[in-house]
Design a binder for this molecule. Structure first.
Ligand SMILES: Cc1ncc(COP(=O)(O)O)c(C=O)c1O
Length: 437
């Protein structure tokens, strides 16, 4: 089979054999696929030589640009040393170094790392660990997980069960675990945070005997249309969890690694969750890897003779993959060496200035921002008019990959974006929305 293929040929061959994620495949009768030939920095380039600014960091994973020279080098070095080894009974240098660094960088009190391959599987790990640690304590009734309304935690059965976005959940509802939802703060105010925390406390008063954990996305609900809330909610939820013997699982799969302006969103509230879930940016957007961090105290509940049947017998074949860990260590090197968090503040400020201008548009209802994530709500949204699709198509025609979520246009670019590229990215979205007027 020849490999020097054209754009059009590649699209046809793709549709013959591939089934794409999160896609109604029939859409591709009218909506062309975009084969990407190569990528560098914030740019994706297709086979016709068109380039697109990756304004969504390729599903929120990319941190320091595509084909980053430093991360490439580190993966190549690792490739010639050790690509992968079983992590049960064996270990390797990259996973040990990475774990030491994560324990040091994450909030105090998170002491142990358990690896997995993607965000959803790590959520499953955190849920199982929470339930199992209560069980090992003799608390058999703690079988319920609470999550926030409008939340998203992935699409495997357990992760979907704690999510609350109808689009993904509805079809599979007969298959899902029984969970409970408590209201997310309705906006970014302290008052909304307090009101929502009170609701959660009321739920705990009634049900805490049966509740294992609450899982939440700190500060930004990504797939829930980039809904944002105040850090005070995390402070209050942490207190309530401690008082009612309910675990707090912080799912920082999307918000981790600097998206909110701190390395980890929990830092904004100065809290330590019982479980911290990380993925996406962990490898700089290069390779699938995820990790759940927890405390020595929880780890100790599983530490005993095998015959006591308390061990956490969860595994994935590629757990702690050496190439992915090398990519993660390279990503952390960049955070360490390049003062990324400070530099992001300057970029975020620039994005904020541009964001204000969207309020002048007839079709814009509101705007919001947390760190390196900006979102715009469209007014008079009508899904039948496919406004999001129009913005997406306009973006592509003009060199920017925007991927609206319902009525929300958002920006979550890699951190290597320049001010000029921010201008191009946001001006393109501005013009696209203006055309909807
Ligand atoms: C907050 C959050 N949790 C979990 C996931 C699931 O991660 P993955 O797609 O790697 O399974 C996502 C994915 O977008 C996410 O945003």
């Amino acid at each position: 089979m020849k490999n020097d293929i054209s754009n059009i040929e590649l699209k046809d061959r793709d549709l013959d054999v591939l089934w794409h994620p999160c896609t109604q495949m029939k859409d591709h009768e009218t909506l062309p696929l975009i084969p990407i030939k190569k990528a560098h920095g914030v740019y994706l380039e297709d086979f016709d030589g068109n380039s697109y600014i990756d304004a969504i960091s390729s599903w929120w994973v990319n941190m320091f640009g595509h084909t980053n020279k430093y991360i490439n080098e580190k993966i190549k070095e690792q490739l010639d040393t050790l690509e992968h080894v079983i992590l049960a009974g064996f270990t390797h240098k990259q996973v040990v170094i990475l774990s030491e660094r994560l324990v040091k960088l994450t909030p105090t009190g998170l002491d142990k790392c358990f690896y997995s391959d993607n965000g959803s599987s790590a959520v499953e790990v955190a849920l199982k660990m929470s339930y199992h640690s209560h069980l090992n304590d003799g608390k058999k009734d703690k079988t319920i997980f609470v999550s926030l309304t409008n939340s998203y935690h992935g699409e495997t059965i357990g992760a979907l069960s704690v999510g609350d976005v109808e689009l993904y959940k509805e079809t599979y509802s007969p298959l899902l675990l029984k969970t409970m939802q408590t209201p997310v703060p309705k906006d970014m105010s302290v008052k909304a945070a307090q009101d929502a925390a009170m609701e959660f406390e009321n739920l705990c008063k009634r049900e805490s005997k049966n509740i294992s954990a609450i899982i939440l996305e700190p500060l930004i609900q990504g797939a829930g249309n980039m809904h944002m809330y105040h850090a005070q909610f995390l402070v209050l939820v942490r207190e309530i969890c401690s008082r009612y013997d309910v675990h707090l699982i912080a799912d920082e799969v999307m918000v981790g690694f600097g998206r909110t302006g701190e390395l980890f969103a929990c830092e904004k509230a100065k809290i330590t969750p019982d479980f911290l879930v990380l993925s996406k940016g962990l490898t700089g957007g290069y390779l699938p890897l995820s990790v759940v961090l927890t405390s020595n105290e929880i780890y100790a509940k599983f530490y005993c003779d095998y015959s006591e049947h308390k061990a956490f017998l969860h595994s994935h074949s590629y757990t702690g993959n050496a190439l992915a860990c090398a990519a993660a260590n390279a990503t952390l090197d960049i955070f360490e060496n390049d003062d990324v968090i400070e530099n992001n503040k300057i970029l975020a400020e620039h994005m904020n200035e541009k964001l204000q201008s969207f309020l002048t548009l007839e079709n814009v209802k509101s705007i919001r921002q947390t760190g390196m994530v900006c979102a715009i709500d469209l007014k008079n949204y009508d899904s039948k008019l496919r406004m999001g699709l129009k913005v997406y198509q306009y973006g592509l025609k003009n060199g920017v990959l925007l991927r609206p979520l319902g009525n929300v246009i958002y920006f979550m670019p890699p951190y290597v974006i320049t001010k000029l590229e921010i201008d191009k990215m946001m001006n393109t979205a501005f013009d696209a929305i203006k055309l909807l007027d």
